[in-house]
Design a protein around this ligand. Structure first.
Ligand code: HMG
Length: 426
């Protein structure tokens, strides 16, 4: 990949030129991006109900993401200022430390059937385990195309949940290949329902996919040299120690954990949206995972190796992301996203997304424990004000540096300074 430094300072045309020169997009998708081609009404109308229009959000790209030695230009869709800047900042630093390494622990989706009013629970549990092979066969017969693609139902587990009403829960594990698999799972589960009722003598309450995808866990890790945290050695050490404390604080306090994890999802949601995936599913699974110990905790861990002077970050999440199915093939901008990412597999995309979450958390924590979050925000806000005040592209950098030199600033000050700058340039 070519040099992306200062990408954010370029005009849209210049940015597109950099992308063109990097030869990442084929002609069709480059033109699509160039012409800002978005979802048309007819397609939108076929995707959901009661459509009266389409709704746009900014589509950005973040260079310098190196994951498992592969370099990515990451598409991000977000409405929040400074998220893309923070991701770019983190990606650049982490690239200089060797990038992210990831482990995809497994990639199976889970669905469940809850049964109740079973006359003899221990005999029912025994029956289900004994007939496991038949049940898996039945599930696969209900969705043969996934079996043809090399996936299918692979395991079945049971659990008895005792309470006001006892539930016997049957969990089905399915290899959904490149799909997220909601339809596959739900079809299979509904096919098993009747048989299970027959064998157990109970009633089925529901049969549905679970978004708590504990069999689709992905871990992303990175190691950052202290020297990249600050040019000043003592300051770098102080930031490293404070980042370790920040991750401990987010494990100890649910108020902090919520914000800490929101920051992680600033990045994750933006990529999940750009890839046309179901971000509610990803969020639901991850927040449940954050509460797996019984208390809601921060999802990242930061530790410091004081001998080799490296800050080590780690994030593990359920990441049942898809590259096929759902609305992925329908939205033209999503097609451009996949092209920008060089058509990743579902495992590669999952690894990248968890890495983006870790990067986003790194940037937020570093800002929080050093300059504070407002400094970066103020810089970006100054840029928005400069544009609102009517500054031309070439006038923006000077106006921003004059504004941020002030203790506080607003639109009228931006207009005043702009007038002054123009007078001096006459
Ligand atoms: P900085 O040190 O002033 O950046 O940080 P810089 O000007 O030295 O630039 C360094 C690199 O950052 C650039 O490299 C870019 O890659 C990137 P270059 O291209 O020059 O070679 N960069 C930008 N990229 C795009 N647009 C920009 C831009 N500026 C720098 N305008 C920065 C400035 C904002 C990056 C930093 O202060 C930061 O990361 N802040 C954190 C911002 C953040 O996390 N925002 C999310 C919203 S706040 C929130 O919701 C989450 C939170 O509550 C979560 C939590 O509590 O944990 C914070």
């Amino acid at each position: 990949m070519n040099n992306w430094s200062g990408f954010y300072k370029k005009t849209r045309d210049e940015r597109l030129n950099v992308i063109k020169e990097a030869n990442i997009l084929d002609n069709e998708h480059f033109n699509l991006l160039n012409n800002n081609k978005i979802l048309d009404f007819e397609t939108a109308n076929n995707m959901v109900e009661n459509v009266v229009g389409t709704f746009s959000l900014p589509f950005s790209v973040v260079p310098n993401f190196v994951v498992d030695k592969k370099s990515y230009l990451v598409p991000m869709v977000t409405e929040e200022p400074s998220v893309v800047a923070a991701a770019s900042f983190a990606a650049k630093i982490i690239k200089r430390s060797g990038g992210f390494t990831t482990t995809v622990h497994n990639r199976q989706m889970i669905g469940q059937i809850a049964l109740y009013d079973i006359p003899d629970v221990s005999s029912a549990l025994h029956q289900i385990q004994e007939k496991k092979a038949n049940l898996l066969e039945l599930a696969n017969q209900a969705y043969p195309s996934i079996v043809k693609r090399g996936g299918g139902a692979c395991d079945l587990r049971t659990e008895l949940l005792k309470g006001e009403t006892d539930f016997l829960v049957v969990y089905l594990l399915v290899d959904t290949q490149e799909a997220m698999g909601a339809n596959i799972l739900n079809t299979m589960l509904e096919a098993l329902k009747e048989q299970l009722e027959l064998w157990t003598g109970g009633e089925s309450l529901m049969a549905i996919l679970s978004n708590y995808a504990t069999e689709a866990l992905v871990t992303a890790s990175c190691e950052i040299d202290f020297r990249l945290l600050s040019r000043d050695k003592t300051e770098a050490e102080k930031i490293a120690r404070k980042m370790v404390l920040a991750s401990q604080f987010a494990k100890a306090d649910p108020y902090r954990a919520s914000t800490h994890n929101k920051g992680i999802f600033n990045g994750i949601d933006a990529v999940v949206l750009a890839s046309g995936n179901d971000w509610r599913a990803i969020e639901a699974g991850a927040h449940t995972y954050a509460a797996r110990s019984g208390s809601y905790q921060g999802l990242t861990s930061w530790t410091a190796n004081w001998t080799n002077r490296k800050l080590q970050g780690q994030l593990t999440l359920p990441m049942p992301i898809a590259t096929k199915g759902g609305s992925i093939g329908l939205n033209p901008t999503v097609a451009a996203s996949f092209d920008l990412l060089n058509q990743p597999t579902a495992k590669e995309l999952a690894s990248l997304i968890v890495s983006v979450g870790l990067a986003q958390n790194f940037a937020a924590l570093k800002a929080l424990v050093s300059t504070g979050i407002q400094a970066g925000h103020m810089k970006l806000q100054a840029k928005s004000l400069a544009l609102l005040a009517g500054a031309q592209e070439q006038e923006v950098p000077l106006l921003v540096s004059r504004l941020t030199a002030e203790k506080s600033f607003n639109l009228s000050l931006a207009q005043e300074i702009l007038k002054d700058l123009r007078k001096k340039n006459q």
